[in-house]
Design a protein around this ligand. Sequence first.
Ligand SMILES: [Ca+2]
Length: 283
Amino acid sequence: MKLSVVACIFTVLLFVHCQSQELAIRQADRVSISSGHWKLGKKGHRINPAHSVKNNPFAIGRYEVTNAEFEKFVKATGYITVAEKDHNAQVYCDSLGEFIWCTDTAASWRFPQGKQFAYYTHRLNEPVTCICFDDAIAYCQWAGVRLPTLDEWEIAARAGSRGTWFFGNRFDSIVRYGNCWHARSHYKPDSSDGYPFTAPVGKYLPNDWGLYDMYGNVFEFCADKPAIFASHPEWASARGGSWWCSKYSCNFVNSVDIGRVHRRASFSNLGFRVVYEKMKSEI
Ligand SMILES: [Ca+2]
């Protein structure tokens, strides 16, 4: 009798311990951002003009959503992505001109560069790609999270800075903070930084608030769209640039620019990070 009471107490204690450990891990994977007044955008910018905002507190993923996290969603729900159904994922191909991507009918989040490259299980800690905006929304609904708004993403990326980049005024410093493209053209793959495509999340230095890969690695979907996109319900917005972006081509590796993509289009340089509504105890 005594033994079973002890076992029961031990089980309860273990459960409590596991719960708090889980909470600690989850806390480590997000950054809480308090309410504040911020100056965002850039004077004269056509898509993201200078504007001031006051945000509600929120917590944002410290990293982009990974293949391992997306795998949990798929295993739990049996979800099939748009690219798996429509066989229309866009991947990088060499020997092509700038901004020309290949439709690879075999590519999907499981084979993010097509079947000639590694299966996702070899890239579990890399950001999920070849998913479209609607897939990202489905993940968020399952996980009880949401995409950041454009303003939330920018507040997080800027980490209090006011310029084009959180690290200063020279693009070349990006080499320390983001996985992007360093060759002059895209005619052949650029492996000069060790990562021709995506890199594992968190490989580069974070911004001042501890957020990784806000620039580069993958473009990140946002929940809303700038006013100038309002007449295009089929468009989604994405920010921060990707492994494909360089100083010569693709100007999105910064805190200001906002890209657009069809909400059903899936690219191997496009993913997302999530926002958690801030817990009351953190406010
Ligand atoms: Ca990114």
